[in-house]
Structures are given as structure tokens and as C-alpha cells.
Design a protein around this ligand. Structure first.
Ligand code: FRU
Length: 480
């Protein structure tokens, strides 16, 4: 492998060259999924932001297209969203519906210290290939807020208006508009609730149906920026509650985390997925601000998480967001090895010499104190997933997974508190430089980068001080 292709993922989007961060403007339109993204075309480190662009028919295989949005006199182009203006509310589309991007202009120069952030529009007549900036940008400004960014816009049917959720310091502000141009403040959410360990960024607000019920809930995603005081770096929390067209109200006090891994940030959902499909699909930036600028890829930096279908499950009396890789991924794995009713005492190894793979395991612990799965990327690069039945933890240990000297923080274990370590369903997706864990049908996720010399050679299942049983399992290998 050339240095540039080393670590290049197969199942995840990564830019051919240079720096990428947040997913932006995720939208489905006329048979294509669009992924725009924070992009610096001049360097493989963060810098003056543009919107890069890629399209896909199946959410897995992406084609990178030319840059969609360039900086202008109002500033560089920070994160934001896109919508289809089906009813020409803007007046931009007299002939047929098209796309509108709503993004943050970030202006930073001798005059603007601190920088100024405002919301602006651009529209496209050719399925997102080229864009016209709205003549009277910006459409939403603020005199005093320094952090005023990352608009996520959706059409709210019952109030017949556009809604915008915007990150405003350590709160989320909600605005409404009939036409995407004139915005009216509705409410602010976030004082005295949730984690305030960092600046709030990249919100998303949407409704989800609760599994096996007619009930639905509103979910608010909020990403929390890196704070050097905490070793976790940047990560995403969410709230579950109600939204009445003006105010979002959370129905819980506890903190809820979208992902227990270090590498899932700024995730937002796709707009305009057809009603017949009905899914809510999101993806995140698979990195962490703590070390994102230092990861050891050459000439390009960052990749997105797998696209994931979202749901809500009522567990005891609390509502949890659940997530699973989209079903479109299944056809990428056609060869499978079955593990059936296998008792594991100490260690059992399987050959798994593949450039990517998926493992599903339904585990019943017999009497092991610890058990788990090791991913032997090579003979010396190993990532361990350990379930500690005494501490009731699932731990992903990547200290021996490969290259890690670029950051002290990278080697620290990532953990999930489990309620039940005796029965566990695991689904692992392995790519050249990542491992994504989904547990118990999506009840928890742990997304983690790794930098081994190779994706995978062998898998071992292990148990300590006793036995564990794989009731049913599959090693899924790439289609040939
Ligand atoms: C989140 C973020 C956003 C901002 C963008 C700038 O990762 O900080 O708040 O719009 O990145 O690239």
C-alpha cells in the first residue's frame, strides 16, 4: 500500500485529499444521498472551511464531487444543513423544487475579533452540483453571541413553518420561518440540563417512533466540544422529550450519550428521506477534536461513521435512542462463517484475513469473570474488547492496536457500563482504521478509530476463569 492509501477505509467515506470534519447538508434528493462536509482543500489540517461534496446511491459507496461552497466576503463556510424547498417558499424555484443549503458564515479578521457567525443561504438548480449564494446573506445575525452556528433546518408540518435549531454557546436556540429568509426566535433550551463540559455544537431535532408502539418522541442531538479538562474530548449527548412547534422540553434529567466511543462527533440526520422509506438515518464525523489534526494518515484526514438507522426503545421507564448500521451495508458481506453453540474456555481463534468484516455474536456467559473478542489486525496489532462481569463494563482497549504515538489520549480505554453482562448481543464492524460496536440491537454504540498496519488477520474469542458460550454467531466477510 502507498502511504496515502494506508488506513484508507473501504466502507466509510473519506476525502481523497486534505482535511474533513463535520457532515453537513445531509439530504436525499432524486435518487441520491448527498453528503456535504466541512472541508479544507489546502491542507490536511483544519483551516478555512468550505463545503466538500459527495453523493451515493446506497449510503455506503460514495463519489466525491467538486467543492460545493467556497468562502466569500461574509466569511468561511461552517456547518449547516440542506432542505428541499418542495413548495417554493423561498421564491428561488419557480419551475421545479430544488435544494437550499442553510449554513454558518464565519468571519474572522482584524475587524471581527472575536469572530462573527451568522446564518446564510445558497440554492442549487442542478442537484447540488453548483450553488448560488443568496443575494442578501446573511439571513440571521446576532450582535452579542460569539457562538452562533450550525443551523439544522426542517419543515414542521403541524405549524406549517421551517424550524431551525442553532448552537448558541451552551444552549440551543430554536427559530421559525415561513420562507427560510425571515427568521423569528422561538425559544432557548439547555440551561441547567445536560452536560455543559464544552461548547454546544451541531444540534439536530427530529421525531422518532418508539419501538413496538404508536407513541413518538422528539430527540435533540447536541455535540459537545473538546474541553481540555476532560479526557473524553468531543462527544455527543442527546435529549428525549416533546416539541410543540416552539419549545423543546426534555423529559429526563440524566445525561444521555449517543456513543461511548471517542470517535463519533457532530452527527446529524438526513433530510427528506422519502416517507415510504420512513427511516431516520444519521452519520457522524469519526474523529475527536482532541487528536483529529494529528491522526497518522498521509495527505488526507478524517472519515465519517457508517450511516446508522435511528430508533427509540423504552428500557424500563426510560427512553433510549438506538442505532444500527443501515441495511444497505448487508450486501457488502456475502461470505459467512457460522459459529453455533460454541463453548469458549480460554481462547478460540478464527482465520479472518480480510480488508473489512463484520462479526455478530449472541453471547451467553457461563461462569467467566471476563470474556470478549480480540481483533488481531496483524500478529502484533491487537484491539481487545473485554467484558468485565464484576465491574459490569464493556471495554475497548486500543493501546496495542497500531499507531498511537500521535496522542497521549488515544490509548486510554473506552468503556460502557452494562446492566447485564450475562447475555449480550454484539455486532462489530471492522474497517481499515476503525471498529464500530453495536450492542443489544443498537442499545449502545462504541465507535473507535484504530491505526493498525492491516484491517484484520484473525479473530479470537476468549474467556477468563470459566466459560462463555456463543449461542449463535457469524463472521461476515467481504463479497468477492
Ligand atoms: C464542530 C464545529 C462546528 C463548526 C465547524 C467548523 O466540529 O466546531 O461547530 O461549524 O466544526 O469547522
Amino acid at each position: 500500500l502507498s502511504q496515502v492509501q494506508k488506513y484508507r477505509p473501504h466502507l466509510h467515506f473519506s476525502p481523497q485529499e486534505n482535511w474533513m470534519n463535520d457532515p453537513n447538508g445531509l439530504i436525499y434528493f432524486k435518487g441520491e444521498y448527498h453528503l456535504f462536509f466541512q472541508y479544507n482543500p489546502n491542507d490536511s489540517k483544519w483551516g478555512p472551511m468550505h463545503w466538500g461534496h459527495a453523493v451515493s446511491k446506497d449510503l455506503v459507496k460514495w463519489t466525491e464531487l467538486p467543492i460545493a461552497l467556497y468562502p466569500d466576503e461574509n466569511g468561511t463556510i461552517f456547518s449547516g444543513s440542506a432542505v428541499v424547498d418542495w413548495n417554493n417558499t423561498t421564491g428561488f424555484f419557480p419551475d421545479e423544487p430544488g435544494l437550499v443549503a442553510i449554513f454558518t458564515h464565519h468571519l474572522e479578521n482584524e475587524v471581527y475579533i472575536p469572530p462573527k457567525q451568522s446564518q446564510s443561504l445558497a440554492y442549487s438548480y442542478d442537484n447540488g452540483r453548483t450553488w448560488v449564494k443568496y443575494q442578501h446573506n446573511p439571513v440571521l445575525e446576532h450582535d452579542s453571541n460569539v457562538d452562533f452556528r450550525d443551523p439544522k433546518v426542517f419543515w414542521h408540518h403541524s405549524s406549517n413553518k421551517w424550524m431551525m435549531v442553532l448552537a448558541t454557546g451552551q444552549t440551543i436556540s430554536i427559530y421559525s420561518s415561513p420562507n427560510l429568509i425571515d427568521w423569528c426566535f422561538e425559544s432557548e433550551f439547555g440551561d441547567n440540563i445536560g452536560s455543559h463540559d464544552g461548547v454546544w455544537e451541531c444540534p439536530d431535532l427530529f421525531e422518532l417512533q418508539v419501538e413496538n408502539s404508536e407513541e413518538s418522541k422528539w430527540v435533540l442531538f447536541v455535540s459537545i466540544g473538546d474541553n481540555p479538562k476532560f479526557e473524553k474530548g468531543s462527544l455527543t449527548q442527546y435529549f428525549v422529550g416533546t416539541f410543540n412547534g416552539s419549545v423543546f422540553q426534555a423529559e429526563h434529567e440524566d445525561e444521555k450519550w449517543l456513543d461511548y466511543g471517542k470517535d463519533n462527533y457532530a452527527g446529524v440526520s438526513f433530510s427528506d428521506i422519502p416517507v415510504e422509506d420512513g427511516r431516520r438515518i444519521y452519520l457522524g464525523w469519526m474523529s475527536n477534536w482532541r487528536y483529529a489534526n494529528e491522526v497518522p494518515t498521509q495527505g488526507w484526514r478524517s472519515q465519517m461513521t457508517l450511516p446508522r438507522e435511528l430508533g427509540i426503545r423504552k428500557v424500563k421507564d426510560s427512553y433510549s435512542v438506538i442505532q444500527k448500521p443501515v441495511q444497505e451495508l448487508d450486501v457488502y458481506f456475502t461470505r459467512k462463517e457460522v459459529i453455533n453453540n460454541k463453548l469458549i474456555d480460554k481462547e478460540l481463534r478464527y482465520d479472518f484475513d480480510e480488508s473489512y468484516g463484520m462479526i455478530t455474536l449472541n453471547i451467553e456467559n457461563m461462569d467467566a469473570t471476563k470474556y470478549g473478542v480480540d481483533i488481531h489486525h496483524t500478529q502484533s496489532n491487537v484491539t481487545s474488547i473485554i467484558i468485565d462481569t464484576q465491574k459490569q463494563l464493556l471495554i475497548l482497549d486500543r493501546k496495542n492496536s497500531g499507531m498511537n504515538s500521535f496522542s497521549d489520549n488515544f490509548s486510554m480505554p473506552q468503556e460502557i457500563k452494562l446492566f447485564d453482562t450475562q447475555k449480550l448481543k454484539l455486532n462489530l464492524v471492522i474497517d481499515s482504521s476503525s471498529i464500530e460496536i453495536f450492542g443489544n440491537g443498537g442499545e449502545f454504540a462504541l465507535t473507535s478509530l484504530v491505526y493498525p498496519d492491516k484491517a484484520c488477520e484473525e479473530i479470537s474469542l476468549h474467556a477468563l476463569d470459566g466459560e462463555m458460550k456463543v449461542e449463535e454467531g457469524y463472521l461476515l466477510k467481504p463479497r468477492t
